[in-house]
Design a binder for this molecule. Structure first.
Ligand code: CTP
Ligand code: MG
Length: 335
């Protein structure tokens, strides 16, 4: 070990904090981008309501959950009301309608895991994916956005972790690593578990928002403006949190027994969820419970090979945070 432990040097931590905050600032989308998204949504809305007057469009994913970087594509959900519709048929029709307008690369991908229409709008330069009746995604988008309003450190931490995951190639679900959605859940859980806690557990509080989607009861406390200052008893800085986050996933998390759960704001046992063995393709090697679809493990994409890749990356990051004199260079080094 060539370097003194970082915790020994305060000046060091402050410099590192400033570097992380600068990275965070550089990734935040500028206001104009929101305007362009609205413009494209208005155009799509016009076409959709003409064909299906009852239908509605919702933004979901990173463009709406507050964890999106600049120049992101947008995710849109077409809500049809009727649950018994043929999604492929709707998507093919939608693609036909949109092709007639000034939109480029309009394609219906009806056989994808989540069937969508893809397109690019040359006026705004924004690409977009439209799915049908994926309302749980719209609701979990709202939950993430609500959490982000409670303490700014969630957004800062999640930006740094997502940026790290993208740089290191561990944000690729088709290669067995984790989705951005999973990383944000990990950040929320991590901040719920700090002492004193930086985030509350909204689903364990009084219900102020309630909706039943696809037979899943979604309810939680959404009056988050009332929770201003919740985390202020905890003074940890972003650099300390990034260090502790990687340390947790590198050295403290019990992969054999624990499930992280933002629904309960605590750890749940794999045994209680019957996630101890491989069932079909779900191996449960790293367990991240979906807040509403509680039988969904966001870690189900991870296999025997990719769990090693992931854990080695967590260990590498923890090591860099601990000993590297200038961690920001190495941490985000392209893999
Ligand atoms: N989603 C979900 N279940 C999953 C994966 C995703 O419900 N297993 C939904 C979530 O609403 C999530 C959205 O799909 O917000 C988009 O997921 P993802 O692409 O992982 O996250 P983004 O926030 O869009 O991240 P990125 O900036 O990488 O596009
Ligand atoms: Mg996305």
């Amino acid at each position: 070990r060539n370097y003194r432990s970082r915790t020994e040097c305060r000046g060091d931590i402050q410099r590192l904090n400033a570097s992380f905050l600068a990275i965070y600032e550089s990734l935040i989308p500028p206001e104009e981008e929101k305007e362009k998204q609205k413009q494209l949504m208005a155009l799509l809305d016009k076409h959709v309501t003409k064909e299906w007057p009852e239908a509605r469009l919702f933004l979901y994913g990173s463009c709406a959950n507050s964890f999106g970087f600049r120049k992101s594509d947008i995710d849109v959900c077409l809500a049809m009301g009727d649950a018994d519709i043929d999604k492929a048929e709707i998507l093919l029709k939608l693609a036909d309608i949109l092709k007639s307008d000034n939109l480029e690369n309009v394609q219906a991908l009806t056989r994808a895991r989540v069937p969508i229409v893809k397109l690019m709008d040359p006026t705004t330069g924004i690409s977009c994916d439209i799915c049908v009746n994926n309302l749980l995604a719209v609701i979990n988008t709202k939950l993430l956005r609500d959490y982000s309003k409670i303490d700014i450190r969630l957004r800062q931490l999640a930006f740094i972790i997502k940026h790290w995951a993208k740089s290191r190639g561990v944000n690729e679900t088709y290669q067995g690593t984790l989705s951005s959605y999973a990383y944000v859940l990990m950040c929320i859980h991590f901040l719920q578990m700090r002492t004193p806690s930086i985030l509350p557990c909204l689903q364990e509080m009084e219900t102020t928002y309630k909706i039943n989607v696809d037979n899943v009861e979604c309810c939680y406390f959404d009056k988050v403006e009332k929770l201003e200052g919740f985390g202020s008893r905890n003074g940890e800085s972003i650099a300390q949190l990034v260090w502790a986050f990687f340390n947790y996933w590198a050295h403290s998390h019990d992969y054999a027994n624990d499930v992280i759960s933002i629904r309960t704001g605590s750890l749940v046992s794999k045994r209680a969820k019957d996630w101890t063995r491989r069932i079909g393709n779900d191996r449960h090697l790293i367990c991240i419970e979906d807040p509403f679809e509680v039988t969904h493990d966001l870690g189900r994409v991870v296999d025997k090979r990719s769990i090693r890749v992931l854990r080695e990356e967590f260990e590498r990051a923890a090591e860099i945070m601990q000993y590297d004199p200038n961690p920001c260079v190495k941490l985000f080094e392209p893999y």
